[in-house]
Design a protein around this ligand. Sequence first.
Ligand code: 5GP
Ligand code: ZN
Length: 113
Amino acid sequence: MDDCLFCKIIAGDIPSTKVYEDDDVFAFRDINPQAPVHILVVPKEHICCAQAVNESNSACVARCFEAIAKIARAEGLDNGYRVVNNCGADGGQTVMHLHFHLLGGMKFSDKMI
Ligand code: 5GP
Ligand code: ZN
């Protein structure tokens, strides 16, 4: 996608602090961290949002969660962490390329669910 911020970051056209990469997944530190560890875990395939996940592209979601487990281990998040996906306008999504926020390094007390 030519006009997608995260596609440009994955391509290296926009700099980021990369923490993990494999064939299917790219992960980098959020520019505006909301926790001591705040990493964005992104499928390399451009999928706009969780609502666009289907049976032909859902394998990359599994790859993202495999990456999350590895990254959490590497970041020392042995006591747990939170994974967040915002979907669409009502979900508060601002970058329309599917991504998972990996948040850790603190105890989250605010619980919506
Ligand atoms: P969303 O609101 O779509 O769930 O999450 C988008 C995230 O991307 C936000 O947490 C925001 O701080 C982060 N972000 C936006 N632009 C950039 C950027 O250029 N570089 C990095 N590393 N993060 C970004
Ligand atoms: Zn994209």
